[in-house]
Design a binder for this molecule. Structure first.
Ligand code: ASP
Length: 368
């Protein structure tokens, strides 16, 4: 736990990301939370001329939430020098967030990452694989309306995310994992997906229970929360993006599949299939998948359905997959599948070892 009584503001460069402000209050702090501001609607402002939303700086954002001063936690913040719309997030940015958490791990009890909602589930999934042996909360949040707008959801999301990150149970963090907090629900990061572009309730976690609900009090679903080990935090780098997605649709052509599997240096394909992992049994399709597997390309079967998952062999239309060596992604989200592949392909594991790990939970992302 951290304690402090100082009152000061700091402005220095750490790992190319700027410490815009360090807020400290004249009390003995219960614990210490680091906010990492990456951008997103939460910190956007409407351009008067065009009406389009554009990012603004963390200083302006934090001024909109005076309530933050009421926390008994020491709250510090680090901001991306250029806050971004999360559609521009790249694996290098995931790495910068993970590195910031790693570098500041011992000084803080929890982390809140302010992030655009569009790709938040990808970042949360990636962080879960990058931060091995995590035993402190990393809570991602954002908002559907900018913080300056009257009906904004940003204040509640940020304030509750800080509260969750600072909650201690039996002397340990209540949520020692990467999670997303949005509109009264806390979700496991690598189980969540952005499922609504309009409602304040933008996220869902169709195959895993919510980790906590925020009502008058915070109700934690302790049995669903990750049980960490006590090893030291380790950071895994994301170095391989040689993957592609084939989202099946009735009428997909041989030319399209042929050109994807012949992409130079391709190492894996996420095959988005129908229902419980089914696909056409047309011979040309099966033959192309066989060619891909022979080229050592991993094919990971993920269902297009949000709820439920792949059950290869349940129908005749998925039996061939077992024979060919297509890997079942079971109930993994698309976002977790992409992040897990990028992570595993960047390790020195063999193709067979990667195939084995794809079918087992590394951070609670898949139900066995
Ligand atoms: N386009 C925004 C972003 O993802 C949307 C949001 O923040 O909700 O950065």
């Amino acid at each position: 736990m951290a304690g402090g009584t100082e009152a000061s503001f700091e402005n220095c460069i750490i790992n190319q990301k700027r410490y815009l402000r360090s807020i400290r209050y004249d009390i003995v702090f219960m614990n210490s939370i680091l906010i990492i501001y990456t951008g997103g609607t939460i910190g956007m402002i409407r351009d008067e001329e065009s009406g389009a939303l554009k990012t603004f700086d963390f200083d302006s954002l934090i001024h909109e939430i005076p309530e933050i001063k009421k926390f008994k936690s020491k709250i510090e913040a680090i901001s991306f020098e250029e806050p971004i719309d999360s559609s521009n997030m790249q694996p290098e940015d995931w790495m910068a967030i993970a590195q910031t958490i790693y570098d500041n791990y011992n000084q803080h009890d929890g982390f809140v990452v302010l992030h655009g909602s569009d790709t938040m589930a990808y970042t949360a999934s990636a962080l879960s694989f990058m931060l091995e042996n995590l035993n402190k909360p990393v809570i991602l949040t954002g908002s559907q309306l900018p913080i300056g707008e009257i009906r904004t959801d940003a204040k509640e999301n940020l304030i509750t995310a800080i509260e969750i990150a600072s909650t201690i149970k039996n002397g340990k963090p209540a949520v020692p994992e990467v999670a997303i907090y949005f509109e009264y629900d806390l979700y496991r990061g690598n189980r969540s997906t952005k499922s609504n572009a309009e409602d304040f309730e933008a996220f869902s976690s169709p195959n895993y229970p919510v980790l906590a609900e925020a009502g008058v009090s915070l109700k934690f679903n302790h049995s669903a929360i990750y049980k960490p080990n006590d090893k030291n935090l380790k950071i895994n780098k994301f170095s391989d993006n040689h993957i592609a997605t084939i989202k099946l649709y009735p009428g997909i052509s041989e030319e399209v599949i042929f050109s994807i599997i012949n992409t130079p240096n391709l190492k894996a394909i996420v095959l988005e299939t129908f229902g419980a992992g089914n696909a056409s049994t047309q011979l040309w399709f099966i033959n192309l998948l066989i060619v891909a597997v022979e080229k050592n390309i991993i094919i990971l079967n993920i269902s297009q359905c949000e709820g439920g998952g792949v059950s290869q062999g349940k129908y005749e239309t998925s039996s061939a997959f077992n024979k060919i060596g297509v890997i079942s992604g079971a109930d993994m989200t698309y976002e977790a599948a992409v992040a897990k592949l990028m992570y595993l392909l960047g390790t020195d594991l063999t193709t067979q070892e990667i195939k084995n790990w794809l079918q087992k939970p590394l951070r609670g992302e898949i139900t066995l």
